[in-house]
Ligand binder design. Structure first.
Ligand code: 13P
Ligand code: SF4
Length: 300
């Protein structure tokens, strides 16, 4: 039996479900029961009936699954698969930010800790951020944490007053430059570029579309020649699904180290040992659930 077969056998014996984010390596995405963006995986986690959810992604995603589905045991195959962006704001910093703007509402990107979610009015992902901001009355001031790039893009799209926290994803902030874009655009002038909203505004300004990873996947289905500005594992997986398409990563070396920590070996080990269990203390979980549920209600 090869390692994939062992994983599937054990998964079936334990009646587990494997969720994988779009940035996971190709073999992991290939054997997952569901793969998708943060929003799609949150929805899957919430509606899953499985007693065991194996989350191939990063900690905030597994934490979100545990909050949305308290019946299930949620495991993260690599204990230290974190998200530097989520770590750019903690609950004390958020409280201070709120104290400076007591009239404002807080929208928190799902790439945040459970404690930060618990202090927020509503969560959002890159797929529904504009929709969530637009759900507030037009004159409402919004504090957006922790991603400044997503927050600024949403402010522009919605025309709302948004005060952004100064956080960023190192992969998207530094991985893609205007210079690299211009170089590729010179070589491939008929290619369109799609970018994730976590990218710096230098890239956002020249992108043909700014999309979450699920939005990117829809765009890839409809276009044959693309430059893609997001984690290069996403481009690898799209190329694997659509080998006939011409897909170029704006930077093949721009990928999330934390997402790449999960591999078939540690996934098998995690399933065998049912480790690492991700749990959220009930007093945090209850409040974070309210912010997540509000997001899900507004996302329909
Ligand atoms: P998506 O929700 O678009 O998949 O993005 C998640 C993420 O972590 C981007 O860096
Ligand atoms: Fe976090 Fe960036 Fe990795 Fe996404 S790509 S999980 S935002 S560090």
């Amino acid at each position: 039996m090869n390692i994939e077969e062992k994983i599937i056998k054990l998964k079936n014996e334990k009646n587990a479900v494997i969720l994988a984010h779009n940035y996971q390596i190709v073999p992991i995405q290939d054997l997952a029961d569901f793969r998708g963006d943060s929003l799609q995986l949150s929805i899957q986690a919430k509606k899953s009936q499985a007693p065991l959810i194996v989350f191939c992604g990063v900690r905030f995603m597994a934490e979100t699954a545990a909050i949305l589905n308290p019946e299930a045991k949620v495991i993260l195959p690599v204990e230290d698969a974190g998200c530097p962006l989520a770590d750019m704001i903690n609950v004390e910093q958020l409280r201070e930010f709120k104290a400076h703007h007591p009239e404002a509402k807080v929208v928190c990107y799902i790439n945040s800790s459970a404690a930060v979610k618990a202090e927020s009015d509503v969560c959002c992902t890159s797929a529904n951020a504009v929709q969530i901001i637009n759900s507030f009355p037009e004159d409402e001031t919004i504090l957006f944490v922790p991603d400044k790039n997503l927050g600024s893009w949403v402010a522009k799209k919605s025309g709302r007053k948004v005060i952004v926290w100064d956080g960023y994803c190192p992969v998207h902030q530094w991985g893609f430059t205007r210079r690299a874009y211009e170089h590729l655009k010179n070589l491939y002038p008929d290619y369109k570029m799609i970018a994730h909203p976590e990218c710096d505004e230098d890239i956002i300004e020249v992108a043909d579309e700014v999309l979450s990873t699920s939005g990117m996947e829809r765009y890839v289905k409809e276009h044959d020649r693309l430059i893609i500005a997001t984690d290069s594992s996403f481009t690898d997986y799209m190329q694997h699904l659509y080998p006939q398409k011409k897909l170029i990563s704006l930077n093949t070396r721009a990928f999330c180290n934390n997402m790449r920590k999960t591999n078939l070996k540690n996934l098998l080990n995690a399933l065998e040992k049912e480790e690492t269990i991700v749990e959220v203390p009930p007093e945090i979980s209850e409040k974070a659930l309210s912010a997540l549920n509000k997001m899900l209600e507004l996302s329909h």
